[in-house]
Write a protein that binds this ligand. Structure first.
Ligand SMILES: NC(=O)C1=CN([C@@H]2O[C@H](COP(=O)(O)OP(=O)(O)OC[C@H]3O[C@@H](n4cnc5c(N)ncnc54)[C@H](OP(=O)(O)O)[C@@H]3O)[C@@H](O)[C@H]2O)C=CC1
Ligand SMILES: Nc1nc(=O)c2c([nH]1)NC[C@@H]1CN(c3ccc(C(=O)N[C@@H](CCC(=O)O)C(=O)O)cc3)C=[N+]21
Length: 289
C-alpha cells in the first residue's frame, strides 16, 4: 500500500488554524498582518505563483500589497522600493519573486531585504541562523513545508539516509541543513554528481528538487522508500514533478503527488512565516498574545 502525502489537505487544515489565530489577534483591535509581494517583469509562471500566494493570504486574513515593476527596472530602483518597504512599519513581510530578470543583481536584492521581514528566509542572517540553529529566524518556505509534511505523517528523518537531488539555493541547500538538524544522514546530489543512482538507491527518504521532469524512475529507488517531489515543470499543458510517478508509485511506501504535494505546503509555510514576522514586529508575545 502506497501512502499519498496529501499536502493540499494538510495545507487547508493549517491555513484554517492560521486564519483563527489572525482573527483572534485582530479581534483585539490589532491591525492585520501584511505581506508585500514584489514582482519584476512579465514571466507568466511567476504571475500565476504570485496570484496564488496573494489569494492564499487573503483567505487567512493576511493583507497583501502587490508591487509590479516593469522588466527594465534597474537594481537601484528595486533596492529603493525594498528600502521603503523595510522602513514601512505596517509591512511585516517582504517577498521578492524569483527569478529576477538577468540584469538585476539577485545577490544585492537578497541582502537588501531586512532580515526581520525576510519571510523567504533567503537573507544570509536567516540562512546563518539555520546553520547555527538559532531560534527566531525564518526557514525558507519549501524546506519548512516539507518538514511540516513529514512531521504530520510521522515520518521521522532521524537516523535515516536522506538523499536530496538538486542543490539549489531556495530548496536543496537549506533543506539539507534542516534535515541535518532532524538527525538524518544527508547526501546532496547535483549536476556534477557522477551517478545519482548510487545515492538515490540508498535513500530511505528521497527528495528531488531539480526541475528535470521524470528524472527519478522506479529502478532508481529502494523498495519502501519515502519520495518527496519538489519539482514543477510543464509538459504540454500538464504540470509534472521530477519523479516518474507511474514507475515509482508501486515501489514506495509514501510519495507526494504533483500537483497537490509540496507546492501547497510551500505557500502554507509562507503564511506561517508572515504570521511569525507580524507577531515579532508587533511584539505580541510581550503582551501575552
Ligand atoms: N513545489 C514547490 O513548492 C517548489 C518547487 N520548485 C521547483 O523545484 C525545482 C528546483 O528549483 P530551484 O531549487 O529553484 O532550482 P535551481 O535551478 O536553483 O536548482 C536546481 C538544482 O538541480 C540540479 N540539477 C539540475 N539537473 C540535474 C540533474 N540532471 N541531475 C542532478 N541534479 C540536477 C542543479 O545542479 P547545478 O546547479 O549544478 O546545475 C541544481 O543544484 C524547479 O522545478 C522549481 O520550479 C521550487 C521552489 C518551490
Ligand atoms: N521569492 C520566491 N519565493 C518562493 O518560494 C518561490 C519563488 N520566489 N520563485 C518560484 C518558486 C516556486 N514556488 C512554488 C510555490 C508554490 C507552488 C504550488 O503551489 N504548486 C501547486 C500548483 C502547481 C501548478 O498547478 O502550477 C502544486 O504543486 O500543487 C509551486 C511552486 C515558490 N517559489
Amino acid at each position: 500500500m502506497t501512502l499519498l502525502l496529501d499536502g493540499k489537505t494538510l495545507s487547508e487544515n493549517i491555513r484554517e488554524e492560521i486564519s483563527k489565530r489572525v482573527k483572534a489577534i485582530t479581534s483585539k483591535g490589532y491591525r492585520e498582518p501584511t505581506l508585500a509581494v514584489v514582482l519584476v517583469g512579465n514571466d507568466p509562471a511567476s504571475h500565476i505563483y504570485v496570484r496564488n500566494k496573494r489569494k492564499a493570504c487573503q483567505k487567512v486574513g493576511i493583507r497583501s500589497l502587490f508591487y509590479h515593476l516593469p522588466e527594465n527596472t534597474t537594481t537601484p530602483e528595486l533596492l529603493d522600493l525594498i528600502a521603503y518597504l523595510n522602513s514601512e512599519e505596517k509591512v511585516d513581510g517582504i517577498l521578492v519573486q524569483l527569478p529576477l530578470p538577468e540584469h538585476i543583481s539577485q545577490q544585492e536584492v537578497i541582502l537588501s531585504v531586512s532580515p526581520r521581514k525576510d519571510v523567504d528566509g533567503f537573507h544570509p542572517e536567516n540562512m546563518g541562523k539555520l546553520v547555527a540553529r538559532i531560534e527566531g529566524g525564518f526557514i525558507p518556505c519549501t524546506p519548512l513545508g516539507i518538514d511540516l509534511l513529514l512531521k504530520h505523517y510521522r515520518i521521522d528523518p532521524k537516523g535515516k539516509d536522506v538523499v536530496i537531488v538538486g542543490a539549489g539555493f531556495i530548496v536543496g541547500r537549506p533543506l539539507a541543513l534542516l534535515m541535518l538538524w532532524r538527525d538524518a544522514t544527508v547526501s546532496v546530489c547535483h549536476i556534477h554528481t557522477k551517478d545519482i543512482t548510487v545515492y538515490t538507491k540508498k535513500a530511505d527518504i528521497l527528495i528531488s528538487a531539480t526541475g528535470v521532469p521524470h528524472l527519478i524512475k522506479g529502478d532508481m529507488i529502494k523498495e519502501g522508500a519515502v519520495v518527496i517531489d519538489v519539482g514543477i515543470s510543464k509538459l504540454g499543458d500538464k504540470v509534472v514533478g521530477d519523479v516518474d510517478f507511474d514507475s515509482v508509485k508501486h515501489k514506495v511506501s509514501a510519495i507526494t503527488p504533483v500537483p497537490g504535494g509540496v507546492g501547497p505546503m510551500t505557500i502554507t509555510a509562507l503564511l506561517l512565516n508572515t504570521l511569525q514576522a507580524y507577531e515579532q514586529n508587533m511584539g505580541l508575545k510581550d503582551v501575552g498574545l
